[in-house]
Design a protein around this ligand. Sequence first.
Ligand code: GDP
Length: 362
Amino acid sequence: GFNCGIVGLPNVGKSTLFNALTKAAIAAENFPFCTIEPNTGIVPMPDTRLDKLAAIVKPERIIPTTMEFVDIAGLVAGASKGEGLGNQFLANIRETDAIAHVVRCFEDENVIHVNGKIDPLDDIATINTELALADLDTVAKALLRLTKVARGGDKDALATKAVLEKIEPVLNEGRPARAADLSDDDRKLIRGFGLMTLKPTMYIANVAEDGFDNNPHLEAVKQLAASENAQVVALCNQIEAEISLLEDEDRAEFLEAMGMEEPGLNQVIRAGYALLGLQTYFTAGVKEVRAWTVKVGATAPQAAGVIHTDFEKGFIRAEVIGYDDFIQYNGEAGAKEAGKWRLEGKTYVVQDGDVMHFRFNV
Ligand code: GDP
């Protein structure tokens, strides 16, 4: 599966967010939930399309797709020098596919700020500097090693070295590695290094209950994010934590009273999914209606492989109905009559929401 690491300075609300994400999952009884490790939670993707499909197919069960969040506590200034168990935390971040950077945008004198003042841009700079310094260290060590290997004429080593040499000056300027001009091939060559500032990143602005409007801290984060082409999700983690503890019925009432259509957490989960370049396709049978995750751009056989590797190996064809067609024509039979049922081959690129059935050889 794909995962998103939750990072940020201490006391900004990371654990509160992580707990809300995982508790919300437990409360929703229909959703498979498990915790792999204390700091890792598998969270169901909220997707109203599942209910609409189920209303037509009337399956025995509905299974959402999931996404993994990892709570990476303890990142402080000096982490790249090993301070505050820095190395361990950085190692955890290296293993994630994307980063959700939580930033404190709420004032509360009862909650101590590590720097003594609320300054989201300063906080972001502190974290980003640590990540960039740690990446710079990784790159410098790798370059030393690769320079030796490359002397023997190793082509891969030479190519990898060339990519790292593009990144090093960018990091030296204090910019993230993702600001370097890298091709897909470049990225493949250096994937193994787990460079943190190369990972897709979004900001979660933790605001007070009344901090969504006219909040200069939030505006500052939004401006910075816009300059980086990054997304911001504004959230009141404390309220989300409260919502996550409610029973389904109470939750609906609470949300209505707050004037919210859904928990703010849903936005975090969806934003994380998009950040990872993921999309959803469905299988819809009487036994189960189920959502599956594939990378944007995945082909039909790759989508089949998400269900089972044998489906990919023995792939023959995919029966496909677009989500909108499936709903509009009230299911497979109606879609077939309307000419909206397609047989697609190996090169078909899956579209978000496709309702699929695979034909394969065993
Ligand atoms: P972490 O160190 O980043 O994991 O931060 P925590 O989630 O442990 O939160 C630190 C403290 O801030 C706790 O006392 C939380 O109750 C409090 N806190 C978290 N989110 C909010 C919020 O949205 N508003 C307020 N006022 N306090 C919060």
